[in-house]
Design a protein around this ligand. Sequence first.
Ligand code: KG4
Length: 340
Amino acid sequence: MILAIESSCDESALALFDPARGLVRELISSQAAEHEKYGGVVPELASRMHLSALPLLLADFSHELAQAKTIAVTRGPGLLPCLSMGVTLARSLAVARHLPIVGVNHLRAHVHSPFIAVHAQDPAGFAAARAALLPHLAIVVSGGNTLLVKLDEQLRLTVVARTVDDAAGEAFDKGAKLLGLPYPGGALIEKQAAQGDAGKFVFPRGIPEKADLRLSFSGLKTALRYQLEKMSDEQVAAALPDLCAGYQHAIIEQLTSKAGAVLDLGGYKSVGLSGGVANNRTLRTRLTNAALQRGLPMLVAEPKHCGDNAGMIAFAAWADVGLPAGAAATPAASLTVDQV
Ligand code: KG4
């Protein structure tokens, strides 16, 4: 039984994972409404909010804490003052309860998160079910990262494509800001785009050459800015759904075409999608179609496991790090935060 703590950015979260049953319970406290006032996450404020939220969550998790045999915690990458809150709590619990502690890399946890549902279907058969899906192409799209990663049969990760500038979520959020929408703007762009025509405004697709696997989103944001400079406030308001549809389309087209180019190189048995931007329904559909067209199963993380959450940290502590073999359990006093 693994109790996990996540505090890398603006969500405080706890989860308990039982390898024989799956995720037993998950709790999350989001600070998003507070950071919205500042147009982005304020690290100092976020760490103070973890300081007050984590003990409250833990008070509600006493039954689960009593069952925990291992403590897992996000050790990075993330905001240092925020990571420190979770790591300090994890170390304290491990010392007080004489439990081993496992530091989990947040991005590795995103890579493994689509497999939570595979485990839930048949916990006893998980090892065989996962083996049949490897090598796997993990598409991780969040506010801070855009990575296409190969997960091989030995669970080694190789980054096969990444953004050279902004992350996809950052592109959504910066675009939303230019359009006058509040932070974080991804879901709001999606909502507007659903009423719009993606053909009315055409935005650049980063690095269009298929053979070049790098992604780029910063030019897209600049193109939107130039477009808005040519329009009055009234025109922008009237065309908001079309602007959002065109902008979203450019992000999704780029992700879909680069993912397709990677898959066409061959060697994959499944595709996964995770991270906050994976909540976008059009992106889920487009990437699912791209996988199915190539005869590959598509695993999409459940919405509650797309953004930051402790469920994926607990799961990765077992499914990736290799518990209960225990090889990666660290003496509590030596676990530190890690930005790699
Ligand atoms: O994984 P996450 O919490 O990011 C990091 O902590 O890095 O995801 C947050 C990101 C934000 O950029 C947000 O705008 C984006 O995910 N996002 C979306 C949607 N829902 C969240 N982007 C596009 N469409 C959505 N429906």
